[in-house]
Design a protein around this ligand. Structure first.
Ligand SMILES: Cc1cc2nc3c(=O)[nH]c(=O)nc-3n(C[C@H](O)[C@H](O)[C@H](O)COP(=O)(O)OP(=O)(O)OC[C@H]3O[C@@H](n4cnc5c(N)ncnc54)[C@H](O)[C@@H]3O)c2cc1C
Length: 610
């Protein structure tokens, strides 16, 4: 049975084959970059070059669905660097994980397909006033365009009561969202247990933009049961008919070249170069499109002279435009934030741990998958979870938490010396996020269900601490970016997280799950004081669920924005950003579905000004 997909290449060129000039040069052939490249080359009118740091990788670690982590465990597919020591986390440094291959992080992610709540996208538009085209209604057509939805099998629907509504999805994209053919029996009870908690809803579809508990698809092609990602979705096979589309892999873009304030080209070197002796420049007639992801897009912009004046001066980079927002407003979603619970009476068989411990079950599952690509090995990293508002998880405390947060001096917990535009932007976010904290329709807590006798996989969806991504002042081009999550730097994040543990305990021990005799295994202990819980959090929390956003935020320039509503970089011409870095703040979900939708919209914006 196939473990790797056969590929009809799009046109992979060598450095020697490059044209001297393209209409568009796209920096980064990842999730957003390949989506935009596909759409810009469709009508044959524009020449496009994609420059990608990684290689075309098609090993089974990329394509395998089962468990959803084989790519994540393969270091050849990932960037390899660590964050700044985190003061709020006992000075621990954290691995900064990103996909480094053609297809980017969509080629290594956990394949969970989720979108945020309506309010998230309306909030983005609100930063521009009342008439912004960025809104839930404005993005819904792009969510539909971005995904080809395949409903769950009738058997799975019957067994688990899965609700879905194809009206929230499309069926034309080559990026697929589908369900496994099998799921773990315990999930039915675990999902039902959320209904024992006042205020938890069961929306009609995971894509309805609502809070609650729901089943969601995975980015898996149901025809092959292999990972569906940006490369097969937007690149494989399309190039032969598109001589206007070139891709060059294994190249590290160092900077954007400018003529005055106009971006004219891109300077790049082979990925293993350690100096600029092999640097080449390729020109762009119309636009340079940044799609290198939330960590690398700000690095390249800053190294090009687009960023905070002071940082650039310290790094010896000549200034093109002082844009203090480049690399500020950095956000990701913390996990490892609640105790682990194990059920001591667990009548369900099989369960997900059987795939690791039960040799007979493993052999049967492998045989079933080899025979018809069904069964437990068709599950990626899971398909059901809850996405809950603060007032559901903290019915006593939410009002005070929101009020204290809103009353904060906006500069108090930003990096000292933050530019006044960055502070003003944070003030705008603070007001909007305080509204989200009070809303029944905005999720802050996520508990992911794995179908086993052990659980505690919570994610904090809307942290209010803000970090930074900066060039290494000593070596802006070849050193990795300095990534500082500044985790738990804002005390509101501690206040919110202190509510997560008691709520999780409530879910396991005060709902129908009580019948399974859950035991709290890890964590601060049921009798821990708030100080002890906080100390425990600082010792274990991981500040990234691999959902980084915000470092080239789409916000007004006077609010520290980097790109406008058309995704054009302020203060220069011919330069745009289309990746996750443009999200001004996090959606109440994981990020890939939104990245694809934003990229689809970006392609339309770029075509409209062609
Ligand atoms: C391990 C992991 C698990 C995840 N799990 C999920 C999940 O289950 N569900 C979900 O919704 N989201 C998940 N995500 C997040 C989601 O995949 C990302 O939000 C999304 O793919 C980001 O898309 P992007 O276009 O912004 O960046 P990317 O897809 O990362 O693309 C950036 C590209 O730019 C290239 N690049 C970087 N620097 C340079 C340079 N200097 N020159 C040339 N090229 C460069 C990179 O190699 C990469 O290919 C996960 C992410 C990771 C890393």
């Amino acid at each position: 049975s196939p473990t790797a997909r056969s590929i009809t290449h799009s046109t992979l060129v060598t450095r020697e084959d490059l044209l001297p000039e393209y209409d568009y040069v796209i920096v980064g052939g990842g999730t957003s970059g390949l989506t935009v490249a596909d759409r810009l080359t469709e009508n044959g009118k524009h020449t496009v070059l994609v420059l990608e740091r990684g290689l075309l990788q098609n090993s089974s670690s990329v394509t395998t669905v089962a468990g959803g982590i084989s790519a994540f465990l393969d270091p050849t597919l990932l960037f390899n660097f660590t964050s700044a020591p985190q003061q709020g986390l006992n000075n621990r440094s954290i691995a900064v994980i990103n996909g480094r291959l053609l297809g980017g992080s969509s080629g290594v992610n956990g394949m969970q397909v989720l979108r945020g709540q309506r309010e998230d996208y309306d909030r983005w538009g609100s930063y521009f006033g009342k008439n912004s085209e960025w809104s839930w209604d404005g993005l819904l057509p792009y969510f539909r365009k971005a995904w080809h939805f395949h409903p769950p099998t009738p058997e799975l629907v019957r067994q688990f009561g899965i609700k879905y509504d194809p009206g929230y999805w499309g069926s034309t994209s080559n990026v697929h969202a589908s369900f496994p053919t099998f799921s773990w029996p315990a999930l039915k009870l675990e999902m039902a247990a959320f209904g024992d908690i006042p205020g938890v809803k069961y929306p009609s579809d995971s894509g309805a933009g609502e809070t609650g508990a729901y089943w969601h698809p995975s980015s898996v092609d149901p025809a092959t049961v292999l990972r569906s990602f940006a490369r097969p979705g937007h690149w494989d096979g399309i190039g032969a008919a598109r001589p206007n589309y070139h891709t060059l892999t294994g190249q590290r873009v160092l900077k954007v070249a400018f003529h005055g304030k106009r971006a004219t080209g891109v300077v790049f070197v082979p990925f293993d170069a350690t100096d600029q002796s092999q640097a080449r420049t390729v020109k762009a007639k119309k636009e340079i499109i940044m799609a290198a992801g939330t960590h690398h897009t700000p690095q390249i912009l800053q190294a090009s002279g687009v960023g905070p004046k002071k940082l650039l001066a310290e790094a010896g980079v000549p200034l093109v435009v002082d844009l203090p927002g480049v690399g500020s407003n950095f956000q990701d979603q913390p996990f490892n934030i609640v105790p682990q619970f194990n059920y001591s009476s667990f009548p369900f068989h099989p369960d997900s741990s059987d795939l690791y411990t039960n040799q007979t079950f493993i052999a049967e599952a492998a045989a079933q998958f080899a025979a018809n690509r069904t069964g437990p090995l068709s599950i990626a990293s899971g398909n059901c979870a809850s996405w809950l508002p603060l007032q559901v998880i903290a019915p006593q405390a939410w009002k005070d938490i929101a009020a204290r947060y809103e009353a904060q001096d906006p500069a108090a917990y930003l990096p000292s010396g933050s530019d006044k535009a960055v502070v003003a932007g944070y003030r705008a976010q603070q007001k909007a996020l305080a509204r989200s904290m009070r809303s029944k329709d905005s999720a802050t807590y996520n508990l992911h269900l794995g179908g086993g006798y052990s659980n505690g996989a919570a994610v904090y969806l809307h942290p209010v601490s803000r970090g930074t991504v900066h060039i290494d002042r000593a070596d802006p081009f070849f050193s990795p970016p300095e990534v500082d999550y500044r985790a738990l730097s804002n005390p509101t994040d501690v206040e919110v997280l202190l509510e997560f543990t008691p709520f999780t305990r409530r879910y396991f021990t005060e709902t129908r799950l009580k019948s399974l005799n859950p035991v709290e295994l890890t964590g601060p202990g049921a009798n821990a004081t708030r100080d002890q819980v906080e100390a425990w959090l600082r010792g274990v929390l991981i500040p990234s669920s691999f959902h980084p956003v915000g470092t080239a935020a789409m916000m007004p320039r006077q609010l520290g924005g980097v790109v406008d509503e058309k995704l054009l970089v302020y203060g220069v011409k011919g330069l745009s950003v289309v990746d996750a870095s443009v999200m001004p703040d996090l959606p109440g979900s994981y990020t890939q579905q939104t990245v694809y939708a934003v990229a689809e919209k970006a392609a339309d914006l770029i075509k409209a000004r062609a």
